[in-house]
Structures are given as structure tokens and as C-alpha cells.
Design a protein around this ligand. Structure first.
Ligand code: SAM
Ligand code: SF4
Length: 323
């Protein structure tokens, strides 16, 4: 399996399918997507070769992200191709939910195994303010549809924003009372473009943990190869609450993920200063060459990001690489 110089092993790839997005989240793309590299997006064949190489190197889970991955017209073919790759057991998507209600049946038929939907507020007006899209009811209906279809792994991502949802914990808790959903609060991360917004809106996840603990929520034991979320449960609730706190100490110690952008650039870290072009290895079916390249590059993966020092690398916003 792929391993870096700190003996961390990498079994999880986050693959961005496009930088384009149709939302204007105020922390990510407040002015909308100005993506001009659609023509350079990886083709289905290149994705097939990429995933085959990663699988050969021990990757078992692929997350499709973006930008907004559901803007790719060939999304179902991509899901099918990834799921059909020997060694890949989990195919997840992170989506803003724009097409969820319409398309979840087809995504599941194609082989999707897990779904993350971004919902930053359960108040329709606030949701509109944050995302620029007045679509909360339709997105929630899509989540219900996914649950009704029996999808076992449904998560909600909520970026913690001081002004917009910092005092809304009770509403989120009510939401997961009867739903088998993991709702995860993600601390707002500083990126190249959002410095002022970050300074005004960043809220520590500690604020949520204190309230959860006071209300009897308990930290679950970490599973092997789990992501960085701290997961809390309560006997009166079907759902769980997760906290992703990239500014906490040792956040990167168990990093198990690599990222590839929609144009085939390898990012060893979400906030990397440099990226490596994989494209020349994707035109042909040559998985061994890709594995050799990946293993060589991994020796340059740093121990940790430097977000605490406001070093955001090349990452102008997370729509560039998918978060
Ligand atoms: N468009 C899809 C979506 O919003 O779910 C997928 C791409 S988006 C970049 C992936 C995740 O990153 C979303 O949950 C989004 O809320 C989160 N995100 C974006 N910018 C962020 C930031 N600056 N800090 C923390 N999370 C962020
Ligand atoms: Fe688009 Fe996702 Fe960024 Fe929102 S967070 S603007 S939905 S890429």
C-alpha cells in the first residue's frame, strides 16, 4: 500500500470531477464559479486508468467531489467505472444536493455506496444567504429519498459559521433525532481567497463539543482507518454528530487520503504548495507506472498542513480540489 515517510498509509482518494459549481457559498465561491478549464477535465477513460492505478496501490475508497460533481453529465458512467474497478469497495460522493432528489436513484443503480450532502443551515432563508440557492426543501427531500432507498451511509457536512449557524445546534440535533445520519460540523478553513471572511466567521468546534458533552453526548471510539472526525452519539438520537477540526493538534497524524484535481493534478495535501501532473500517465492503461510515480511522490508529503500560520498553499478555494 502507498506509504509516506511518516509511515502513514493511503487507502482513500478524493477525486475532483470538475471545478465548476452552480452555488455561491459565501466561504468558497462568493462570486460564483469562474471556471475556465472544463475542456481540460479528465475523461472517463483517464479516470478509469487513474482509479485502476490507485486500486493497484491499495486504494479501496474513492470520493467523487468538485466543484459540484453532479454537473458532470457522465457522472453515472464515472460511478459505474469506479465501482467496477477491482479493489474499490466504496464509492462516495460529496454534493451540494442540487440534483440529488432527481438523480439519487440512478447514482445508486450505478453503484454509489455513500453520500455526503452539504447543508450549512436548516433555515431556508439562511441557507439561501449562505449558498446563493433557495433550494433547501428540495435538498432535504433528496436526503430523505436516499434514506428511503436504503442507503446506509448518509452524512451531512455543515461548515461552522459564527454568524449563520453558530447558535443553531439544537435545530441540527432535532434533525438527526430520528434519522440515521452522521451530521458533521467542519471548522471553516482559511483559503487564499477567503481571509477576511475567515477572520469574521471562524468558530472553533470546541464550542459545539462543550454543548454536546453538557447534554450527555458521548465520544465514540475511533474506528481503524476512520477519517479525522470526532464522532458523538446519544441514546435518544438515531443520528450522530461529528466534528472536523483541522486547527486542532495532531489533526494530520492519521491522514489516509490523497487528492487528484479535475485536471489530473496530484495534491499530497489540501493546502499543498505544489502539485504533480499525472496526466501523462493516464492516457494509456499503465497502472504500474502510475503506482511507481505515486509512491515516489509520497516521500514529499509533509507531516502537517500549516494552517495555524495562515499558510494556505496554492488553494484559493476548496472548489479547486474538492475539500
Ligand atoms: N460542491 C460540493 C459540496 O459543496 O458538497 C463538493 C465540493 S465542496 C468544496 C466539499 C466540502 O468542502 C463541502 O462540504 C463544503 O462545505 C466544504 N468547504 C468548502 N470550503 C470550505 C472551507 N473554506 N472550509 C471548510 N469547509 C469548506
Ligand atoms: Fe460549490 Fe461546494 Fe464550494 Fe458551495 S462549497 S460553492 S457548493 S463547491
Amino acid at each position: 500500500m502507498l506509504q509516506d515517510s511518516f509511515k502513514r498509509r493511503f487507502s482513500y482518494l478524493r477525486l475532483s470531477l470538475t471545478e465548476s459549481c452552480n452555488f455561491r457559498c459565501n466561504y468558497c465561491l462568493p462570486n460564483g464559479s469562474a471556471c475556465d478549464n472544463k475542456a481540460a477535465e479528465l475523461t472517463l477513460t483517464e479516470i478509469k486508468h487513474l482509479v485502476k492505478g490507485f486500486a493497484l496501490a491499495g486504494t479501496s475508497k474513492i470520493r467523487l467531489t468538485g466543484g459540484e460533481p453532479s454537473l458532470r453529465r457522465d457522472l453515472c458512467n464515472i460511478i459505474e467505472t469506479v465501482r467496477g474497478t477491482p479493489g474499490i469497495t466504496q464509492v462516495a460522493i460529496t454534493t451540494n444536493g442540487y440534483r440529488l432528489n432527481k438523480d439519487i436513484d440512478r447514482w445508486l443503480d450505478a453503484g454509489l455506496t455513500a453520500l455526503n450532502v452539504s447543508v450549512d443551515s436548516l433555515d431556508a432563508d439562511t441557507f439561501h444567504l449562505v449558498t446563493g440557492q433557495d433550494r433547501l426543501p428540495d435538498i432535504l427531500a433528496g436526503i430523505d429519498r436516499a434514506l428511503a432507498l436504503g442507503l446506509a451511509k448518509v452524512k451531512i457536512n455543515t461548515v461552522l459559521l459564527r454568524q449563520y449557524n453558530g447558535n443553531s445546534l439544537s435545530r441540527f440535533l432535532d434533525f438527526v433525532r430520528d434519522k440515521p445520519i452522521s451530521l458533521r460540523f467542519i471548522e471553516l478553513m482559511q483559503t487564499g481567497d477567503n481571509g477576511q471572511f475567515f477572520a469574521a466567521q471562524h468558530l472553533s468546534g470546541r464550542h459545539i463539543i462543550n454543548q454536546l458533552t453538557a447534554a450527555g453526548w458521548q465520544l465514540l471510539p475511533r474506528l481503524y482507518n476512520a477519517g479525522p472526525a470526532l464522532e458523538y452519539a446519544h441514546p435518544d438520537y438515531l443520528g450522530t454528530i461529528g466534528l472536523i477540526m483541522p486547527y486542532s493538534d495532531h489533526f494530520c497524524d492519521d491522514c489516509n487520503r490523497l487528492r487528484v484535481s479535475s485536471t489530473g493534478q496530484l495534491f499530497l495535501c489540501l493546502f499543498a504548495e505544489q502539485h504533480q501532473n499525472l496526466r501523462h500517465l493516464l492516457a494509456q492503461d499503465q497502472p504500474d507506472a502510475l503506482v511507481d510515480f505515486l509512491q515516489a511522490q509520497l516521500q514529499f508529503k509533509p507531516l502537517s498542513h500549516q494552517l495555524a500560520n495562515a499558510q494556505t498553499g496554492q488553494t484559493r478555494q476548496l472548489a479547486m480540489i474538492g475539500g
